[in-house]
Design a protein around this ligand. Structure first.
Ligand code: ZN
Length: 48
């Protein structure tokens, strides 16, 4: 995808998962196909 206007690409969960913020350590459950939420100015990371 092109990213010429500074739009941050949306990341979607491939499957039900838990994401967390490495900065404030908040955790959230995300369902398959949902957008990975952002926290502290960054996309949250998928836990494996
Ligand atoms: Zn955070």
């Amino acid at each position: 995808m092109e990213n010429k206007k500074g739009i941050i690409p949306v990341i979607r969960a491939e499957k039900d998962c838990t994401v967390y913020c490495p900065i404030c350590h908040k955790m959230l459950d995300v369902k398959a196909g949902e957008v990975i939420p952002r926290c502290c100015g960054k996309p949250m990371e998928v836990m494996k």
